[in-house]
Design a protein around this ligand. Structure first.
Ligand code: PMV
Length: 286
């Protein structure tokens, strides 16, 4: 028997723009998915296409038990974390000798298959390595970690990443002169944020700008506006939606002393709050 766990992720800056080759910054977060794998022939399995594919692709027989601290379908990368943790537990139990890069690339292959081509390699990369990750020119690089206090607000409104990405793509095709400057501005904010990780007030301001630019792309939602406003008015340095938008989650960058107050304000606005910070472990054996 082997148990491994893998973290979720948020986008700090640059989501949607990364689809058009612009830079983005993602971060591993503390909530994790734990997966226990047991050996056995034709065992009962959790009904998950991600887990099925982990066993099929590695060619071993076994069962998996999941315990998740991450809400699913909310843009926090829970499917990537399930896949990465399962592959890693299979790797441990059967001594397959896969290293982290092998786990990340195999997990991405599985996500792509299950999500019919529209998976993001960022989710599986961040879940495997943790930390602060720069996405640039379709490559991912680990940056020095930063101690950011975040409160995540889940709108509990479900969204479909593929549909939102397609919608932005169509908007851009029909209105390149309107949309391209928005994408350029998101790029500028992402690049400036890289130089301002030690200045949280400025970083928060950039989050506010990034949120407005994502709204201009058409991926806002009234519940996101509500939670972002609640966080800002209760003392956050800044707040923005994270991931595909249209529902899902928002993040607020908070002074350490105000995170409980901001979490309460998000809950009072009918969101589910998670107080968190960076995860630098990535996938690990428990
Ligand atoms: O909602 P999520 O976490 O799946 O984020 C999607 C991020 C996008 O930039 C919109 C798409 C992508 O593949 O990067």
């Amino acid at each position: 028997m082997a148990t491994c766990s893998a973290p979720g992720k948020v986008f700090l800056f640059g989501e949607h723009a990364v689809v058009f080759g612009k830079p983005g910054i993602a971060m591993g977060i503390k909530p994790r998915v734990f997966v226990t794998v047991r050996r056995g022939k034709n065992p009962p399995r959790v009904n998950s296409p991600y887990i099925e594919n982990c066993f099929d692709l590695t060619g071993v027989n076994g069962s998996a038990y999941i315990h998740s601290q991450l809400p699913s379908s909310s843009g926090l990368g829970s499917s990537a974390a399930v896949t990465v943790a399962t592959l890693s537990a299979i790797n441990e139990e059967y001594n397959l000798g896969m290293d982290r890069s092998h786990i990340a690339s195999t997990a991405f292959k599985i996500e792509k298959k299950v999500q019919r081509g529209r998976a993001s390699p960022t989710d599986t990369f961040v879940s495997t390595y943790g930390g602060l990750v720069l996405v640039k020119d379709n490559k991912r690089r680990i940056l020095p970690p930063e101690n950011l206090n975040l409160v995540i607000g889940n709108t509990m409104v479900s969204h479909k990443t593929a549909e939102l990405v397609a919608m932005v793509g169509e908007f851009r095709r029909n209105n390149p002169y309107v949309v391209d400057p928005i994408l350029d501005a998101i790029e500028a904010v992402t690049i400036r944020s890289l130089h301002n990780f030690h200045n949280q007030k400025t970083l928060g301001r950039y989050m506010d700008v990034n949120h407005a630019l994502l709204e201009a792309l058409g991926v806002g939602h009234p519940m996101l506006t509500r939670l972002v406003t609640a966080a800002r008015t209760s003392g956050a340095y800044g707040a923005k939606m994270t991931g595909a938008g249209g529902g899902g989650c928002m993040i607020a960058l908070c002074p350490k002393r105000s995170k409980n107050r901001i979490a309460k304000a998000i809950e009072a606005a009918e969101g589910r709050a998670i107080i968190t910070s960076i995860d630098t472990d990535g996938v690990r054996t428990e």
